[in-house]
Design a protein around this ligand. Structure first.
Ligand SMILES: Nc1nc2c(c(=O)[nH]1)N[C@H]1C(S)=C(S)[C@@H](COP(=O)(O)O)O[C@H]1N2
Ligand SMILES: [Mo]
Length: 413
Protein backbone atom coordinates (compact mmCIF):
# COMPACT_ATOMS: atom_id res chain seq x y z
CA UNK A 1 0.00 0.00 0.00
CA UNK A 2 1.18 3.46 -0.76
CA UNK A 3 0.28 6.16 1.70
CA UNK A 4 -0.79 9.02 -0.50
CA UNK A 5 -2.38 12.33 0.29
CA UNK A 6 -4.83 14.68 -1.21
CA UNK A 7 -4.79 18.42 -0.97
CA UNK A 8 -7.73 20.12 0.66
CA UNK A 9 -8.56 23.64 1.70
CA UNK A 10 -9.28 24.89 5.20
CA UNK A 11 -9.68 28.60 5.95
CA UNK A 12 -8.42 29.37 2.47
CA UNK A 13 -5.16 27.55 3.04
CA UNK A 14 -4.29 24.35 1.28
CA UNK A 15 -3.27 21.41 3.40
CA UNK A 16 -2.55 17.73 3.07
CA UNK A 17 -4.96 15.03 4.08
CA UNK A 18 -3.40 11.69 4.83
CA UNK A 19 -5.14 8.80 3.13
CA UNK A 20 -4.19 5.27 2.27
CA UNK A 21 -4.53 4.93 -1.48
CA UNK A 22 -4.82 1.47 -2.88
CA UNK A 23 -2.14 1.97 -5.47
CA UNK A 24 -0.40 -1.26 -4.67
CA UNK A 25 3.27 -1.89 -4.26
CA UNK A 26 5.67 -1.44 -7.15
CA UNK A 27 5.11 -3.87 -9.97
CA UNK A 28 1.76 -4.91 -8.56
CA UNK A 29 -0.53 -2.91 -10.83
CA UNK A 30 -2.48 -4.95 -13.35
CA UNK A 31 -1.29 -4.36 -16.90
CA UNK A 32 -3.96 -3.48 -19.47
CA UNK A 33 -4.03 -6.37 -21.94
CA UNK A 34 -3.55 -4.07 -24.93
CA UNK A 35 -0.22 -2.87 -23.61
CA UNK A 36 1.22 -6.10 -22.30
CA UNK A 37 4.25 -7.19 -24.31
CA UNK A 38 4.08 -4.06 -26.44
CA UNK A 39 7.27 -2.75 -27.90
CA UNK A 40 7.95 0.72 -29.29
CA UNK A 41 10.28 1.85 -32.06
CA UNK A 42 13.18 3.79 -30.56
CA UNK A 43 16.12 3.31 -32.92
CA UNK A 44 19.57 4.13 -31.54
CA UNK A 45 22.79 4.02 -33.56
CA UNK A 46 24.21 0.56 -33.03
CA UNK A 47 20.80 -0.68 -31.84
CA UNK A 48 18.46 -1.67 -30.44
CA UNK A 49 15.67 -0.43 -32.69
CA UNK A 50 12.83 -1.26 -30.33
CA UNK A 51 12.17 -1.11 -26.60
CA UNK A 52 9.73 -2.65 -24.20
CA UNK A 53 6.84 -0.58 -22.89
CA UNK A 54 5.83 -1.06 -19.27
CA UNK A 55 2.72 -0.19 -17.29
CA UNK A 56 3.95 -1.97 -14.17
CA UNK A 57 4.87 1.05 -12.09
CA UNK A 58 2.45 2.68 -9.64
CA UNK A 59 0.75 5.90 -10.78
CA UNK A 60 2.39 5.51 -14.19
CA UNK A 61 0.99 4.83 -17.63
CA UNK A 62 2.91 3.21 -20.50
CA UNK A 63 6.58 4.20 -20.35
CA UNK A 64 9.64 2.91 -22.16
CA UNK A 65 11.43 0.44 -19.90
CA UNK A 66 15.15 1.14 -19.77
CA UNK A 67 15.77 -0.60 -16.44
CA UNK A 68 13.48 -1.85 -13.70
CA UNK A 69 15.54 -1.53 -10.50
CA UNK A 70 16.29 1.18 -9.74
CA UNK A 71 13.75 2.44 -12.29
CA UNK A 72 14.76 4.18 -15.51
CA UNK A 73 11.58 4.83 -17.47
CA UNK A 74 11.49 7.01 -20.58
CA UNK A 75 8.57 9.12 -21.82
CA UNK A 76 7.18 7.99 -25.20
CA UNK A 77 8.06 10.80 -27.60
CA UNK A 78 4.51 10.99 -28.98
CA UNK A 79 3.43 12.38 -25.59
CA UNK A 80 5.24 15.65 -26.35
CA UNK A 81 2.91 16.31 -29.28
CA UNK A 82 -0.12 16.37 -27.00
CA UNK A 83 0.43 19.54 -25.01
CA UNK A 84 2.94 21.82 -23.40
CA UNK A 85 2.77 20.05 -20.01
CA UNK A 86 3.85 16.44 -19.64
CA UNK A 87 1.17 14.47 -17.76
CA UNK A 88 2.31 13.05 -14.43
CA UNK A 89 1.54 9.47 -15.43
CA UNK A 90 3.65 9.87 -18.59
CA UNK A 91 6.57 11.69 -16.95
CA UNK A 92 9.92 9.91 -17.17
CA UNK A 93 11.52 8.36 -14.07
CA UNK A 94 15.13 8.06 -13.03
CA UNK A 95 16.56 6.78 -9.74
CA UNK A 96 20.16 5.94 -8.84
CA UNK A 97 19.69 3.77 -5.75
CA UNK A 98 17.36 0.80 -5.46
CA UNK A 99 15.91 1.02 -1.95
CA UNK A 100 13.07 3.48 -2.58
CA UNK A 101 10.37 3.65 0.09
CA UNK A 102 7.22 2.11 -1.42
CA UNK A 103 5.16 4.46 0.74
CA UNK A 104 5.61 7.70 2.63
CA UNK A 105 3.57 8.38 5.75
CA UNK A 106 2.49 11.99 5.38
CA UNK A 107 1.69 12.33 9.08
CA UNK A 108 5.17 11.40 10.32
CA UNK A 109 7.22 12.73 7.38
CA UNK A 110 9.64 15.52 8.35
CA UNK A 111 11.92 17.75 6.31
CA UNK A 112 15.07 18.49 8.27
CA UNK A 113 17.10 21.66 7.72
CA UNK A 114 20.37 21.75 9.61
CA UNK A 115 24.10 22.36 9.34
CA UNK A 116 25.40 25.92 9.32
CA UNK A 117 22.13 27.54 10.47
CA UNK A 118 20.99 29.46 13.54
CA UNK A 119 17.82 27.37 14.09
CA UNK A 120 17.85 23.75 12.88
CA UNK A 121 14.35 22.77 11.72
CA UNK A 122 12.34 19.56 11.51
CA UNK A 123 9.09 20.44 9.74
CA UNK A 124 5.95 18.47 8.94
CA UNK A 125 4.12 18.88 5.64
CA UNK A 126 1.52 20.95 7.47
CA UNK A 127 4.29 23.28 8.76
CA UNK A 128 5.70 23.64 5.24
CA UNK A 129 2.31 24.65 3.86
CA UNK A 130 2.48 27.83 5.92
CA UNK A 131 5.35 29.10 3.74
CA UNK A 132 4.33 31.54 0.95
CA UNK A 133 3.16 29.60 -2.07
CA UNK A 134 5.29 29.68 -5.23
CA UNK A 135 4.68 28.21 -8.67
CA UNK A 136 6.63 27.83 -11.91
CA UNK A 137 6.42 25.83 -15.13
CA UNK A 138 9.82 24.29 -15.80
CA UNK A 139 11.51 21.59 -17.84
CA UNK A 140 13.01 18.72 -15.88
CA UNK A 141 15.65 17.14 -18.12
CA UNK A 142 18.13 14.40 -17.24
CA UNK A 143 21.76 15.34 -17.88
CA UNK A 144 21.99 12.19 -19.98
CA UNK A 145 18.85 12.76 -22.04
CA UNK A 146 19.59 11.48 -25.60
CA UNK A 147 22.77 9.69 -24.42
CA UNK A 148 21.85 6.68 -26.58
CA UNK A 149 22.48 8.85 -29.65
CA UNK A 150 26.12 9.56 -28.73
CA UNK A 151 28.66 8.26 -31.21
CA UNK A 152 30.97 6.72 -30.23
CA UNK A 153 28.64 5.21 -27.67
CA UNK A 154 29.25 5.99 -24.00
CA UNK A 155 28.30 3.96 -20.90
CA UNK A 156 25.15 4.87 -18.91
CA UNK A 157 21.41 4.76 -19.50
CA UNK A 158 20.88 4.59 -23.27
CA UNK A 159 18.08 7.17 -23.35
CA UNK A 160 16.42 8.38 -26.51
CA UNK A 161 15.04 11.93 -26.35
CA UNK A 162 12.39 11.15 -23.75
CA UNK A 163 14.32 11.68 -20.49
CA UNK A 164 12.69 15.08 -20.13
CA UNK A 165 9.34 16.55 -19.21
CA UNK A 166 7.67 19.88 -18.50
CA UNK A 167 5.41 20.45 -15.50
CA UNK A 168 3.84 23.13 -13.36
CA UNK A 169 5.54 22.89 -9.97
CA UNK A 170 3.80 24.29 -6.89
CA UNK A 171 5.39 24.67 -3.49
CA UNK A 172 7.53 27.24 -1.74
CA UNK A 173 10.81 29.04 -2.37
CA UNK A 174 13.88 27.40 -0.87
CA UNK A 175 15.00 30.89 0.20
CA UNK A 176 11.95 31.28 2.46
CA UNK A 177 12.72 27.99 4.16
CA UNK A 178 16.41 28.80 4.56
CA UNK A 179 15.47 32.18 6.03
CA UNK A 180 13.40 30.42 8.69
CA UNK A 181 16.44 28.37 9.62
CA UNK A 182 18.73 31.42 9.51
CA UNK A 183 21.75 30.74 7.31
CA UNK A 184 24.91 31.68 9.18
CA UNK A 185 27.76 33.66 7.71
CA UNK A 186 30.40 31.47 6.17
CA UNK A 187 27.83 29.19 4.48
CA UNK A 188 29.05 28.17 1.00
CA UNK A 189 26.71 25.44 -0.24
CA UNK A 190 23.42 23.73 0.49
CA UNK A 191 23.22 19.94 0.21
CA UNK A 192 20.09 17.92 -0.54
CA UNK A 193 19.23 14.29 0.19
CA UNK A 194 16.13 12.16 -0.32
CA UNK A 195 14.59 9.17 1.42
CA UNK A 196 15.99 6.35 -0.73
CA UNK A 197 19.03 4.35 0.25
CA UNK A 198 21.66 2.10 -1.37
CA UNK A 199 21.62 -1.65 -0.86
CA UNK A 200 25.08 -1.64 0.69
CA UNK A 201 25.98 0.99 3.29
CA UNK A 202 29.34 1.52 1.54
CA UNK A 203 27.59 2.95 -1.55
CA UNK A 204 27.37 6.74 -1.20
CA UNK A 205 23.88 8.15 -0.66
CA UNK A 206 22.59 10.32 -3.49
CA UNK A 207 23.39 13.86 -2.32
CA UNK A 208 23.66 16.96 -4.49
CA UNK A 209 24.65 20.53 -3.62
CA UNK A 210 24.09 24.04 -4.92
CA UNK A 211 26.01 27.19 -4.04
CA UNK A 212 24.42 29.21 -1.24
CA UNK A 213 23.66 32.10 -3.63
CA UNK A 214 21.95 29.81 -6.11
CA UNK A 215 19.94 28.13 -3.34
CA UNK A 216 18.77 31.57 -2.19
CA UNK A 217 18.05 33.06 -5.64
CA UNK A 218 14.25 32.91 -5.27
CA UNK A 219 13.90 30.56 -8.26
CA UNK A 220 15.03 27.32 -6.64
CA UNK A 221 11.99 25.89 -4.90
CA UNK A 222 10.58 22.85 -3.13
CA UNK A 223 7.48 21.46 -4.87
CA UNK A 224 4.61 19.54 -3.27
CA UNK A 225 2.38 19.53 -6.34
CA UNK A 226 3.13 18.57 -9.93
CA UNK A 227 0.71 19.83 -12.59
CA UNK A 228 -1.66 20.89 -9.83
CA UNK A 229 -1.94 17.47 -8.28
CA UNK A 230 -0.13 15.06 -6.03
CA UNK A 231 3.31 14.14 -7.30
CA UNK A 232 3.73 10.48 -8.25
CA UNK A 233 5.84 8.62 -5.71
CA UNK A 234 8.41 7.88 -8.39
CA UNK A 235 8.72 11.59 -9.26
CA UNK A 236 9.49 12.47 -5.65
CA UNK A 237 6.39 12.37 -3.45
CA UNK A 238 5.92 14.17 -1.12
CA UNK A 239 8.54 16.90 -1.82
CA UNK A 240 11.08 17.55 -4.54
CA UNK A 241 13.59 20.25 -5.24
CA UNK A 242 13.04 22.22 -8.48
CA UNK A 243 16.08 23.99 -9.92
CA UNK A 244 14.77 25.89 -12.96
CA UNK A 245 17.16 25.93 -15.92
CA UNK A 246 19.51 23.32 -14.42
CA UNK A 247 19.76 19.64 -15.23
CA UNK A 248 17.57 17.40 -13.16
CA UNK A 249 20.39 15.72 -11.27
CA UNK A 250 19.96 18.61 -8.78
CA UNK A 251 16.17 18.18 -8.53
CA UNK A 252 16.29 15.96 -5.43
CA UNK A 253 13.19 13.76 -5.07
CA UNK A 254 11.60 12.65 -1.77
CA UNK A 255 13.57 15.54 -0.33
CA UNK A 256 14.03 14.92 3.40
CA UNK A 257 17.27 16.60 4.41
CA UNK A 258 18.69 20.02 3.59
CA UNK A 259 22.11 20.72 5.03
CA UNK A 260 23.82 24.12 4.92
CA UNK A 261 27.57 23.58 4.47
CA UNK A 262 30.47 25.82 5.44
CA UNK A 263 32.83 23.76 3.26
CA UNK A 264 32.44 22.80 -0.42
CA UNK A 265 30.69 19.43 -0.78
CA UNK A 266 33.15 16.75 -1.81
CA UNK A 267 30.78 13.77 -1.75
CA UNK A 268 30.93 11.31 -4.65
CA UNK A 269 27.94 12.75 -6.57
CA UNK A 270 29.55 16.21 -6.72
CA UNK A 271 33.27 15.41 -6.82
CA UNK A 272 33.29 12.40 -9.14
CA UNK A 273 29.93 11.86 -10.83
CA UNK A 274 27.96 14.29 -13.01
CA UNK A 275 30.98 16.30 -14.10
CA UNK A 276 31.46 17.79 -17.54
CA UNK A 277 34.58 18.93 -19.36
CA UNK A 278 35.33 22.57 -18.60
CA UNK A 279 35.47 23.30 -22.34
CA UNK A 280 33.16 25.30 -24.67
CA UNK A 281 29.84 23.41 -24.86
CA UNK A 282 31.27 20.66 -22.60
CA UNK A 283 32.71 18.99 -25.72
CA UNK A 284 35.90 16.95 -25.98
CA UNK A 285 37.16 14.51 -28.57
CA UNK A 286 36.80 10.82 -27.69
CA UNK A 287 40.58 10.43 -27.39
CA UNK A 288 41.19 13.50 -25.24
CA UNK A 289 42.31 13.11 -21.60
CA UNK A 290 43.65 15.28 -18.83
CA UNK A 291 41.14 18.13 -19.19
CA UNK A 292 39.62 19.95 -16.23
CA UNK A 293 36.03 19.10 -15.23
CA UNK A 294 33.28 20.99 -13.38
CA UNK A 295 29.91 19.86 -11.96
CA UNK A 296 27.22 19.82 -14.65
CA UNK A 297 25.01 22.87 -14.35
CA UNK A 298 22.83 24.93 -16.76
CA UNK A 299 20.86 23.46 -19.63
CA UNK A 300 21.28 24.44 -23.27
CA UNK A 301 18.59 25.10 -25.92
CA UNK A 302 16.79 22.30 -27.78
CA UNK A 303 13.96 21.94 -30.30
CA UNK A 304 12.11 18.85 -31.52
CA UNK A 305 9.50 18.05 -34.13
CA UNK A 306 6.73 16.16 -32.37
CA UNK A 307 4.15 15.41 -35.11
CA UNK A 308 6.41 13.66 -37.63
CA UNK A 309 9.02 10.91 -37.44
CA UNK A 310 11.86 9.96 -39.73
CA UNK A 311 10.50 7.45 -42.24
CA UNK A 312 6.98 8.93 -42.35
CA UNK A 313 5.56 9.24 -45.87
CA UNK A 314 4.06 12.45 -47.29
CA UNK A 315 2.42 13.09 -50.66
CA UNK A 316 4.42 14.87 -53.39
CA UNK A 317 3.61 18.59 -53.39
CA UNK A 318 1.50 18.36 -50.22
CA UNK A 319 1.38 21.08 -47.60
CA UNK A 320 2.85 19.43 -44.51
CA UNK A 321 2.03 20.85 -41.06
CA UNK A 322 5.10 20.74 -38.84
CA UNK A 323 4.98 21.37 -35.10
CA UNK A 324 6.90 20.67 -31.97
CA UNK A 325 8.40 21.87 -28.73
CA UNK A 326 11.47 23.89 -27.84
CA UNK A 327 13.11 25.16 -24.69
CA UNK A 328 15.84 27.71 -24.11
CA UNK A 329 17.59 25.77 -21.34
CA UNK A 330 18.64 28.31 -18.73
CA UNK A 331 16.56 31.11 -20.29
CA UNK A 332 13.62 31.57 -22.64
CA UNK A 333 13.09 30.71 -26.31
CA UNK A 334 13.88 33.64 -28.62
CA UNK A 335 12.90 31.78 -31.78
CA UNK A 336 12.56 28.43 -33.50
CA UNK A 337 13.56 28.13 -37.17
CA UNK A 338 13.00 25.41 -39.69
CA UNK A 339 15.17 24.47 -42.68
CA UNK A 340 14.37 22.11 -45.55
CA UNK A 341 17.78 22.47 -47.22
CA UNK A 342 20.22 21.34 -44.56
CA UNK A 343 20.62 24.76 -43.00
CA UNK A 344 21.33 26.93 -46.06
CA UNK A 345 18.11 28.84 -45.47
CA UNK A 346 16.01 29.03 -42.32
CA UNK A 347 12.51 30.31 -41.82
CA UNK A 348 10.98 31.38 -38.54
CA UNK A 349 8.17 29.28 -37.10
CA UNK A 350 5.19 30.60 -35.16
CA UNK A 351 5.66 30.32 -31.41
CA UNK A 352 2.82 29.19 -29.14
CA UNK A 353 1.85 30.80 -25.81
CA UNK A 354 4.66 31.60 -23.39
CA UNK A 355 4.32 29.61 -20.14
CA UNK A 356 7.48 31.12 -18.67
CA UNK A 357 11.12 31.09 -19.62
CA UNK A 358 11.91 27.67 -18.19
CA UNK A 359 8.97 25.93 -19.86
CA UNK A 360 8.61 24.06 -23.12
CA UNK A 361 7.34 26.42 -25.82
CA UNK A 362 5.23 25.02 -28.62
CA UNK A 363 5.92 26.09 -32.21
CA UNK A 364 4.32 25.40 -35.58
CA UNK A 365 4.82 25.93 -39.26
CA UNK A 366 4.11 24.24 -42.58
CA UNK A 367 6.25 23.28 -45.57
CA UNK A 368 5.55 22.12 -49.11
CA UNK A 369 6.76 18.63 -49.93
CA UNK A 370 8.93 18.31 -53.07
CA UNK A 371 7.78 16.26 -56.08
CA UNK A 372 10.11 13.34 -55.36
CA UNK A 373 12.91 12.09 -53.12
CA UNK A 374 12.96 13.04 -49.47
CA UNK A 375 12.00 16.03 -47.35
CA UNK A 376 14.51 16.83 -44.62
CA UNK A 377 13.27 19.03 -41.81
CA UNK A 378 15.84 20.54 -39.47
CA UNK A 379 14.71 22.56 -36.50
CA UNK A 380 16.81 24.99 -34.47
CA UNK A 381 16.06 26.85 -31.24
CA UNK A 382 17.90 30.04 -30.35
CA UNK A 383 17.47 31.10 -26.73
CA UNK A 384 17.07 34.59 -25.30
CA UNK A 385 20.78 34.62 -24.40
CA UNK A 386 21.34 34.41 -28.21
CA UNK A 387 22.67 30.86 -27.96
CA UNK A 388 21.63 28.73 -30.96
CA UNK A 389 21.75 24.97 -31.30
CA UNK A 390 24.58 23.81 -33.52
CA UNK A 391 25.11 21.20 -36.24
CA UNK A 392 28.00 19.53 -34.49
CA UNK A 393 26.95 16.98 -31.88
CA UNK A 394 28.97 17.48 -28.74
CA UNK A 395 30.71 14.46 -27.27
CA UNK A 396 31.88 13.82 -23.71
CA UNK A 397 32.40 10.54 -21.86
CA UNK A 398 29.37 11.07 -19.58
CA UNK A 399 27.00 11.42 -22.53
CA UNK A 400 25.75 14.72 -21.13
CA UNK A 401 24.10 17.81 -22.60
CA UNK A 402 23.30 16.64 -26.12
CA UNK A 403 21.59 19.46 -28.02
CA UNK A 404 22.50 19.06 -31.69
CA UNK A 405 20.05 20.41 -34.29
CA UNK A 406 17.51 17.62 -34.86
CA UNK A 407 16.69 16.50 -38.41
CA UNK A 408 13.64 14.47 -39.44
CA UNK A 409 13.67 12.87 -42.89
CA UNK A 410 10.36 12.16 -44.61
CA UNK A 411 9.83 10.04 -47.75
CA UNK A 412 7.80 11.39 -50.67
CA UNK A 413 5.09 9.14 -52.09
N1 LIG B 1 16.23 11.40 -4.38
C1 LIG B 1 16.64 11.37 -5.65
N2 LIG B 1 16.41 12.44 -6.41
C2 LIG B 1 16.79 12.46 -7.71
C3 LIG B 1 17.50 11.36 -8.26
C4 LIG B 1 17.73 10.23 -7.43
O1 LIG B 1 18.31 9.22 -7.84
N3 LIG B 1 17.29 10.28 -6.14
N4 LIG B 1 17.92 11.40 -9.57
C5 LIG B 1 18.03 12.72 -10.19
C6 LIG B 1 18.18 12.64 -11.63
S1 LIG B 1 19.73 12.30 -12.24
C7 LIG B 1 17.14 12.86 -12.47
S2 LIG B 1 17.34 12.79 -14.15
C8 LIG B 1 15.80 13.22 -11.95
C9 LIG B 1 14.68 12.46 -12.59
O2 LIG B 1 13.46 13.02 -12.20
P1 LIG B 1 12.10 12.23 -12.44
O3 LIG B 1 12.33 10.81 -12.04
O4 LIG B 1 11.06 12.92 -11.66
O5 LIG B 1 11.82 12.34 -13.92
O6 LIG B 1 15.71 13.07 -10.55
C10 LIG B 1 16.83 13.58 -9.84
N5 LIG B 1 16.54 13.55 -8.46
MO1 LIG C 1 19.66 12.36 -14.56
Amino acid sequence: MIEAFSVGRVNGRRFFLGRAAALGAMAALPMPAALADTTIRLPLPGGPDTRQLTTEFPEKGALVLQRARPPLLETRFAVFDQGVLTPNDQFYVRWHLPVIPPQVDVTTFRLVVDGHVARPLSLSLADLLTLPRHEIVAVNQCSGNSRGLFQPRVPGGQWGNGAMGNARWTGFRLRDLLDRAGVQSGAVQVRFNGLERPVLPATPEFKKSLSIDHARDGEVMVAYLMNGTQMPLLNGFPLRLVVPGWYSTYWTKMLSHIEVLDQPDDNFWMKTAYRIPDTPGAAVSPTETGYKTVPINRMNPRAFITNLQTGDIVQAGATVPVRGIAFGGDCGVAGVSLSTDGGTTWHATQLGPDSGKYSFRRWQSSVTAPSSGVLTLSVRCTNTNHVPQSWTPIWNPGGYMRNVIETTTLNIA
